[in-house]
Design a protein around this ligand. Structure first.
Ligand code: AMP
Ligand code: MG
Length: 421
């Protein structure tokens, strides 16, 4: 059980109207990295968040070795850079994994890629550049030869003490390979966060059931579970909860001692049917933020028991966008990622923005990568209920508050490929 404390900063900012940057700063300041870690076998460590810096205790390679199939030669140093035409007696054969004998001056050892360079040898010539003579007992080399050709020196890749992997990376196949190459067989990764979710709204019905008049399908439930799965969270899903204070309190009580985070969508406005806010206030503490952004406000943040609480808006586009902009960096910080902020790229609008607005907007846009910078076009319907806009789009373009511009404006673009896949 994780017992980290999350401070919601509730006292300082009740019912606040915040900019997106302020809201993100407060969220991120409040979060502590999970203290849960476990050691995983390399085959199980993919996508884990590395919990410590890893240094190598060996050199890789640990010995000088051949970069080619060819012949290791003891080239007498007074013959360096001679124009070629030398002959060497073949006195040894060294395969990868075996150690050769001392090589005398004027002698050659048949050698294979990765095999240790024998004592006495000071260069390796690839087999294609050697001709066998005298019943294959000698080689002749016609081109000029230099010292240290085709020799991979000890420590060429990694030296003892080198920092090979940094704490906070999400382990990719190549990272796991590098750990293996220095002899590490287990990796300490951060424990998976437990996230409890439930959904409020008596209008909600799960797909597969026929909707009656006035009902809608619960899409947020599936969006949230998929978004959390993408982040590697363990999910406790209580599904749809009746829109009453009692049911909402019961759901919170079920989750508050089991989870690192509790997340909900809907019910955080101040309408009579919005019971999430009073329930969280009853059992813990809560700030209801009206964030100066579109889509999005309101966002609720607090804590219940040991769990952080994040209440996303009910409208499907708002729920996904606020998850991506706020909950995702929050979760990544708690998971121990070193790189928690969403990446943006610069794009050029192919549309005008004629009306200055006090809220920052995150509009659904499609990107055309055939130009530099890439151009974006916006979906015609930008309502927070229009879920198809987010499927049509490749990402979000950020429209700064109080701005107007003509086509050609440079904007920040948040690619879905990074945030939702
Ligand atoms: P609320 O925040 O509860 O007032 O909900 C705002 C809007 O989002 C309403 O139109 C709800 O019907 C809709 N909504 C709330 N929860 C969901 C959900 N889980 N899936 C789809 N739409 C929802
Ligand atoms: Mg509702």
């Amino acid at each position: 059980m994780n017992n980290q404390q999350v401070e919601c900063g509730c006292d300082e900012i009740p019912q606040s109207l915040l900019s997106t940057d302020e809201a993100l700063d407060i969220l991120l300041d409040s979060v502590k990295v999970t203290s849960k870690t476990s050691y995983l076998e390399l085959d199980d460590a993919l996508n884990g968040i590395l919990a410590i810096d890893l240094c190598s205790s060996i050199n890789v390679p640990d010995f000088d070795n051949s970069a080619m199939d060819g012949y290791a030669i003891n080239l007498e140093t007074d013959k360096v850079n001679i124009p070629g035409g030398l002959t060497f007696d073949i006195t040894d054969r060294i395969a990868a994994g075996s150690i050769g004998n001392n090589l005398s001056p004027g002698c050659a050892a048949r050698i294979f890629t990765g095999a240790p360079i024998p004592k006495g040898a000071n260069t390796v010539i690839m087999q294609e550049e050697c001709s066998l003579t005298d019943n294959d007992s000698k080689i002749e080399i016609y081109r000029p030869i230099s010292l240290k050709e085709n020799i991979r020196p000890k420590g060429n890749d990694i030296e003892i003490g080198d920092l090979i992997l940094r704490s906070g990376i999400k382990l990719m196949p190549q990272d796991i390979a590098l750990a293996a190459s220095v002899g590490i067989n287990k990796l300490e990764v951060r424990g998976r966060l437990k996230v409890g979710v439930f959904f409020t709204g008596d209008e909600l019905v799960d797909p597969g059931i026929e909707v009656k008049p006035g009902q809608i399908y619960n899409s947020n439930r599936y969006a949230l579970v998929a978004l959390l799965n993408n982040l590697g969270c363990e999910i406790i899903n209580l599904g749809n909860i009746e829109d009453s204070l009692d049911s909402t309190c019961k759901a919170l009580e079920t989750l508050m001692h089991k989870c690192d985070i509790i997340m909900t969508t809907g019910g955080v406005s101040v309408g009579e049917e919005d019971h999430v806010k009073p329930a969280v206030e009853l059992l813990g503490e809560l700030s209801l933020w009206r964030i100066k952004m579109k889509p999005g406000k309101p966002l609720a943040f607090g804590k219940v028991g040991n769990a952080a609480f994040i209440g996303l808006p009910g409208n499907p586009v708002s729920a996904i966008v606020t998850f991506l902009l706020f909950a995702r960096p929050f979760i990544k910080k708690m998971q121990g990622y070193s790189d928690i902020l969403n990446n943006t790229i610069k794009v050029e609008s192919n549309f005008d923005w004629n009306i200055s607005k006090s809220r920052r907007e995150f509009i659904r846009v499609r990107i055309d990568n055939s130009t530099i910078p890439p151009k974006v076009e916006k979906y015609p319907k930008q309502g927070s209920d229009v879920l198809s806009s987010i499927v049509w789009a490749d990402g979000l373009a950020e429209i700064p508050e109080r701005s107007t511009f003509s086509s050609g404006e440079i904007l920040d673009f948040y690619p879905f490929i990074e945030m939702t896949s």
